[in-house]
Design a protein around this ligand. Structure first.
Ligand code: HEC
Length: 135
Protein backbone atom coordinates (compact mmCIF):
# COMPACT_ATOMS: atom_id res chain seq x y z
CA UNK A 1 0.00 0.00 0.00
CA UNK A 2 2.70 2.41 1.05
CA UNK A 3 4.68 1.47 -2.01
CA UNK A 4 1.84 2.26 -4.35
CA UNK A 5 1.40 5.63 -2.71
CA UNK A 6 5.12 6.29 -3.10
CA UNK A 7 5.02 5.37 -6.78
CA UNK A 8 2.05 7.62 -7.29
CA UNK A 9 3.76 10.53 -5.60
CA UNK A 10 6.88 10.00 -7.63
CA UNK A 11 4.83 9.80 -10.82
CA UNK A 12 3.05 13.04 -10.12
CA UNK A 13 6.32 14.71 -9.23
CA UNK A 14 7.83 13.80 -12.58
CA UNK A 15 4.72 14.89 -14.42
CA UNK A 16 4.60 18.30 -12.80
CA UNK A 17 8.31 18.79 -13.40
CA UNK A 18 7.77 18.13 -17.08
CA UNK A 19 4.87 20.55 -17.14
CA UNK A 20 7.13 23.22 -15.62
CA UNK A 21 9.79 22.61 -18.23
CA UNK A 22 7.25 22.91 -21.01
CA UNK A 23 5.91 26.12 -19.56
CA UNK A 24 9.38 27.60 -19.31
CA UNK A 25 10.22 26.65 -22.89
CA UNK A 26 6.95 28.16 -24.02
CA UNK A 27 7.65 31.32 -22.05
CA UNK A 28 11.11 31.61 -23.56
CA UNK A 29 9.63 31.58 -27.05
CA UNK A 30 6.96 34.08 -26.09
CA UNK A 31 9.57 36.37 -24.61
CA UNK A 32 10.98 36.60 -28.14
CA UNK A 33 7.77 36.66 -30.17
CA UNK A 34 6.05 39.18 -27.87
CA UNK A 35 9.20 41.34 -28.15
CA UNK A 36 9.80 41.48 -24.40
CA UNK A 37 13.49 40.87 -25.13
CA UNK A 38 13.86 44.18 -26.97
CA UNK A 39 13.44 46.00 -23.65
CA UNK A 40 14.22 43.49 -20.90
CA UNK A 41 17.73 42.10 -20.97
CA UNK A 42 17.91 38.44 -19.94
CA UNK A 43 21.31 37.49 -21.33
CA UNK A 44 24.40 39.35 -20.06
CA UNK A 45 25.87 39.05 -23.56
CA UNK A 46 22.85 40.40 -25.42
CA UNK A 47 21.94 43.99 -24.63
CA UNK A 48 18.38 45.24 -25.06
CA UNK A 49 18.87 48.64 -26.73
CA UNK A 50 15.25 49.81 -26.55
CA UNK A 51 15.16 48.91 -22.88
CA UNK A 52 18.42 50.73 -22.19
CA UNK A 53 16.95 53.88 -23.71
CA UNK A 54 13.88 53.58 -21.50
CA UNK A 55 15.79 52.30 -18.45
CA UNK A 56 13.60 49.22 -18.35
CA UNK A 57 14.42 46.73 -15.59
CA UNK A 58 16.65 43.86 -16.66
CA UNK A 59 15.87 40.30 -15.69
CA UNK A 60 19.46 39.43 -14.83
CA UNK A 61 20.95 37.92 -11.72
CA UNK A 62 19.04 37.29 -8.56
CA UNK A 63 16.07 39.54 -9.17
CA UNK A 64 12.94 37.56 -8.35
CA UNK A 65 11.22 38.48 -5.10
CA UNK A 66 13.36 41.58 -4.74
CA UNK A 67 11.89 44.88 -3.69
CA UNK A 68 11.78 47.85 -5.97
CA UNK A 69 10.30 51.32 -5.69
CA UNK A 70 7.48 52.09 -8.04
CA UNK A 71 5.17 54.99 -8.68
CA UNK A 72 1.61 54.12 -7.87
CA UNK A 73 0.12 55.28 -11.13
CA UNK A 74 2.10 57.34 -13.59
CA UNK A 75 3.99 60.01 -11.62
CA UNK A 76 2.11 58.99 -8.46
CA UNK A 77 3.45 58.44 -4.93
CA UNK A 78 6.31 55.98 -4.42
CA UNK A 79 5.53 52.62 -2.88
CA UNK A 80 7.59 49.47 -2.47
CA UNK A 81 6.62 46.25 -4.18
CA UNK A 82 8.22 42.88 -4.57
CA UNK A 83 8.67 41.29 -7.96
CA UNK A 84 6.42 38.31 -7.37
CA UNK A 85 3.78 36.44 -9.34
CA UNK A 86 1.07 38.94 -8.59
CA UNK A 87 3.10 42.01 -9.52
CA UNK A 88 4.41 40.33 -12.66
CA UNK A 89 0.90 39.58 -13.86
CA UNK A 90 -0.28 43.06 -12.95
CA UNK A 91 2.67 44.61 -14.82
CA UNK A 92 1.45 42.97 -17.99
CA UNK A 93 -2.25 43.52 -17.53
CA UNK A 94 -2.14 47.04 -16.19
CA UNK A 95 1.31 48.42 -17.05
CA UNK A 96 0.38 51.91 -15.88
CA UNK A 97 -0.74 50.96 -12.37
CA UNK A 98 2.78 50.61 -11.04
CA UNK A 99 5.68 52.20 -12.85
CA UNK A 100 9.23 51.40 -11.80
CA UNK A 101 11.02 54.41 -10.34
CA UNK A 102 13.80 55.64 -12.61
CA UNK A 103 12.28 54.28 -15.80
CA UNK A 104 12.05 57.00 -18.41
CA UNK A 105 8.69 55.82 -19.62
CA UNK A 106 6.08 53.43 -18.39
CA UNK A 107 6.12 50.10 -20.10
CA UNK A 108 4.29 50.54 -23.37
CA UNK A 109 1.50 48.00 -23.61
CA UNK A 110 3.16 44.94 -25.12
CA UNK A 111 1.47 42.90 -27.82
CA UNK A 112 -1.63 41.35 -26.29
CA UNK A 113 -0.86 38.32 -24.17
CA UNK A 114 -3.43 35.84 -22.93
CA UNK A 115 -3.58 34.61 -19.36
CA UNK A 116 -2.01 31.34 -20.45
CA UNK A 117 0.83 33.20 -22.15
CA UNK A 118 1.39 35.34 -19.07
CA UNK A 119 1.66 32.14 -17.03
CA UNK A 120 4.36 30.84 -19.36
CA UNK A 121 6.24 34.15 -19.41
CA UNK A 122 6.12 34.24 -15.63
CA UNK A 123 7.51 30.70 -15.37
CA UNK A 124 10.31 31.59 -17.77
CA UNK A 125 11.32 34.88 -16.16
CA UNK A 126 11.17 33.35 -12.69
CA UNK A 127 13.38 30.46 -13.85
CA UNK A 128 16.02 32.94 -15.02
CA UNK A 129 16.41 34.28 -11.53
CA UNK A 130 16.83 30.86 -9.99
CA UNK A 131 19.36 29.78 -12.61
CA UNK A 132 21.63 32.65 -11.68
CA UNK A 133 21.41 31.87 -7.98
CA UNK A 134 22.85 28.39 -8.42
CA UNK A 135 26.14 29.68 -9.81
C1 HEC B 1 9.22 48.90 -25.43
C2 HEC B 1 9.92 48.36 -24.28
C3 HEC B 1 9.27 47.22 -23.48
C4 HEC B 1 8.74 46.03 -23.95
C5 HEC B 1 8.60 45.56 -25.38
C6 HEC B 1 8.36 45.27 -22.76
N1 HEC B 1 8.64 45.99 -21.62
FE1 HEC B 1 8.32 45.37 -19.70
N2 HEC B 1 8.94 47.23 -19.00
C7 HEC B 1 9.43 48.26 -19.80
C8 HEC B 1 9.73 49.41 -18.96
C9 HEC B 1 10.28 50.75 -19.44
C10 HEC B 1 9.40 49.02 -17.62
C11 HEC B 1 9.55 49.88 -16.35
C12 HEC B 1 8.41 50.87 -16.21
C13 HEC B 1 7.18 50.24 -15.68
O1 HEC B 1 7.20 49.59 -14.64
O2 HEC B 1 6.11 50.41 -16.33
C14 HEC B 1 8.90 47.65 -17.69
C15 HEC B 1 8.50 46.87 -16.60
C16 HEC B 1 8.19 45.52 -16.64
C17 HEC B 1 7.95 44.69 -15.48
C18 HEC B 1 8.07 45.13 -14.04
C19 HEC B 1 9.51 44.77 -13.70
C20 HEC B 1 10.12 45.27 -12.44
O3 HEC B 1 11.34 45.02 -12.27
O4 HEC B 1 9.48 45.87 -11.60
C21 HEC B 1 7.70 43.42 -15.94
C22 HEC B 1 7.41 42.18 -15.10
C23 HEC B 1 7.74 43.46 -17.39
N3 HEC B 1 8.05 44.74 -17.78
C24 HEC B 1 7.54 42.35 -18.21
C25 HEC B 1 7.51 42.41 -19.62
C26 HEC B 1 7.14 41.31 -20.48
C27 HEC B 1 6.82 39.88 -20.01
C28 HEC B 1 7.16 41.79 -21.77
C29 HEC B 1 6.76 41.04 -23.06
C30 HEC B 1 5.37 40.57 -23.12
C31 HEC B 1 7.58 43.18 -21.71
N4 HEC B 1 7.77 43.52 -20.39
C32 HEC B 1 7.78 43.99 -22.81
C33 HEC B 1 9.62 48.21 -21.17
C34 HEC B 1 9.20 47.19 -22.02
Amino acid sequence: MFRIAAYMLFGFGVLSLQADENLITQGKTLFQTKICFTCHQVDPAVPAPAGMALKAPTFLGDFWGKEREVHKGLGGPIIKVKLDDEYFIESLKKPLDKVVKGALAPMPPPPPVTDAEIKALLAYVKSLSKAEKKK
